[in-house]
Ligand binder design. Structure first.
Ligand code: E4P
Length: 228
């Protein structure tokens, strides 16, 4: 399963890229607004930081402008994925850009039928919003299962299911169990995946017991090593 970071915060991204666990990034207009950054500059920087796919979303909602915006965004870097909304015009843009070899992420997906249309339009990714469905009392994860079921009937579909609007580690686990190709999550959720109180407790005991032995594995700590 691939992990994408759902943020436009370049500092947050560069810190987590060091873990080697970040496969890509998704942004949206709200995340860009939150970052306070200039959109094109921020996407350029993120694309240079992350070798994997970086979703950059069009801002317009009409066909012509969305297409022109998508073409401009695709030109920013080789790893840009153009993100379009799951609307009639968004799917038309998806079909055209995909036909030109530009990967497209179709976003704001809330039904399996919408996901079916995105796959037929050649989307590289479909983004079902799990958390937002949960927010209105529906089961967001059921949608992930439904889409994977539908797609599995059609081997010619290559659209990857990108579980989006992930709010907590249980969403990540459920998406992984379902077989979603990608989960995009905030940095805070990715960090939460590391933590378990028994890991902390166990490590504290190991550190304290090791200290009692008076031994060292390294003669010199790495930070004090002289480099040639
Ligand atoms: C996905 O690409 C979206 O940017 C994102 O996951 C939306 O999440 P939210 O519902 O927490 O805003």
């Amino acid at each position: 399963m691939q992990f994408f970071l759902d943020t436009a915060d370049v500092h947050e991204i560069s810190a987590l890229v060091e873990t080697g666990l970040v496969d890509g990034v998704t942004t949206n207009p709200s995340l860009i607004a939150k970052s306070g950054r200039q959109f094109i500059e921020a996407i350029k920087e993120i694309c240079a930081l992350v070798p994997g796919p970086v979703s950059a979303e069009v801002a317009a909602t009409d066909f012509e402008t969305m297409l022109a915006e998508g073409e401009k965004l695709a030109g920013i870097a080789k790893n840009v994925v153009v993100k379009v909304p799951l609307t009639y015009d968004g799917l038309r843009v998806c079909k055209i850009l995909s036909g030109q070899g530009v990967p497209v992420n179709v976003t704001l997906c809330f039904s399996a039928n919408q996901a079916l249309l995105a796959a037929k339009a050649g989307a590289a990714y479909i983004s079902p919003f799990v958390g937002r469905l949960d927010d209105i009392g529906q089961d967001g994860m059921e949608l992930i299962h439904d889409i994977l079921d539908v797609y599995s009937n059609y081997p010619e579909f290559y659209t990857q299911v990108l579980a989006a609007s992930i709010r907590h580690p249980q969403h990540v686990l459920a998406a992984a169990k379902a077989g979603a190709h990608v989960a995009t999550m905030p940095a805070s959720t990715l960090k939460q995946l590391y933590h378990h109180p028994l890991t902390d407790k166990g490590l504290a005991a190991f550190v304290s017991d090791w200290a009692k032995t008076g031994q060292r594995i390294l003669d010199v700590a790495p930070s004090t090593k002289k480099t040639a």
